[in-house]
Design a protein around this ligand. Structure first.
Ligand SMILES: NC(=O)c1ccc[n+]([C@@H]2O[C@H](COP(=O)([O-])OP(=O)(O)OC[C@H]3O[C@@H](n4cnc5c(N)ncnc54)[C@H](OP(=O)(O)O)[C@@H]3O)[C@@H](O)[C@H]2O)c1
Length: 287
């Protein structure tokens, strides 16, 4: 079914989304704050609006943050419009934005898209959506052009809770790999020598085997019980101190290892050193 989609924001993400909607056969209107970014899309059949007021009923927004939506649509009549905002921001900002759109007669669907531009419209791409379920369902067929639709709940902040959780794991996991590679390189070990062990570690953590800590910890989080007989947090806090020592003596940055050491030591000092590593979550919940 052909739908009219208006894409607001023609950065790396928005322009790829507009192109993907066009290729899926939709009628596409585009608008960007700074003119001059729509040429290639117009050549593919998009209509370039001179103002966001020309938007149709369905708007897909991809901008730097939610402030950009206020700046762009502050003067636009939103009655009857569905705004699907795929920009990044904090959950509370999304909740306020939902009220802001509703006060102007529109409906906000919030989304966190989990792929970079080359992944848009490709198999495996997915987006966390939150907001009114019936509105998401009504537009699912159209939205599926850019990615799978993963609906996570009515609270408009939820899309970003899932998105930020995923991004945090992505960035901190990869930064840990950068620290590990820098440590290895400081001793003359080539990054390619470390790679198979990094693959073993990341794969094992996510897997079903004896290193399948994601699964073990999830069960512990749900039970709020952290058995530590096999490997106590205290032992791991001391071990984290050894990691910090290794970074410091190598003469490389130790910011991330020091942050982990402090966190482990705080959980230990709070009296839970005999429990397992999972007990650290209790310290995270109470800063
Ligand atoms: N790139 C990725 O890999 C990726 C992946 C997932 C999610 N995201 C999220 O998707 C969103 C867009 O990312 P991007 O990579 O496309 O960013 P980008 O290339 O930097 O584009 C940013 C867009 O926001 C617009 N914008 C910024 N401030 C504005 C304002 N005050 N008023 C109106 N328009 C404004 C820009 O317009 P001008 O052209 O006028 O500056 C541009 O269209 C971000 O929230 C990002 O976190 C990105």
């Amino acid at each position: 079914m052909t739908t009219h989609v208006t894409v607001i924001g023609l950065g790396a993400m928005g322009s790829t989304m507009a192109e993907t909607f066009l290729k899926a056969g939709h009628q596409v209107t585009v608008w960007n704050r700074t003119p001059g970014k729509a040429g290639a899309l117009v050549a593919l059949g998009a209509h370039e609006a001179s103002s966001p007021a020309e938007a149709g009923e369905l708007l897909v927004i991809s901008q730097l943050d939610y402030q950009a939506m206020y700046d762009s649509l502050g003067d636009v009549d939103l009655r009857g419009k569905v705004l699907v905002n795929l920009s990044s921001d904090a959950p509370s900002v999304l909740r306020e934005a939902s009220d802001w759109v509703a006060a102007r007669g529109g409906v906000l669907v919030t989304g966190g898209i989990m792929v970079p531009p080359p992944g848009i419209g490709r198999p495996g791409a997915y987006t966390f959506y939150s907001g009114p379920a019936e509105v998401v369902t009504r537009h699912t067929e159209t939205l599926k052009a850019i990615s799978d639709v993963t609906y996570v709940g009515a609270d408009p902040g939820l899309a970003m809770v899932f998105y930020q959780s995923q991004l945090f794991m992505f960035w901190s996991g990869l930064t840990a790999y950068m620290y590990a590679s820098a440590l290895a390189q400081s001793a003359g070990v080539a990054p390619s020598q470390l790679l198979p062990f990094a693959q073993e570690t990341f794969g094992g953590i996510a897997g079903e085997g004896p290193m399948g800590f994601l699964k073990y910890l999830t069960a512990e989080f749900e039970e709020r019980s952290y058995p530590g007989e096999a490997n106590s947090l205290h032992m791991q806090a001391v071990g984290m101190g050894h990691v910090v020592h290794a970074f410091e003596e190598a003469g490389i940055d130790a910011t991330l290892p020091v942050a982990l050491k402090r966190l482990f030591e705080r959980a230990d000092a709070e009296g839970r050193g005999a429990e397992g590593l999972g007990t650290v979550i209790e310290s995270i919940k109470k800063p």
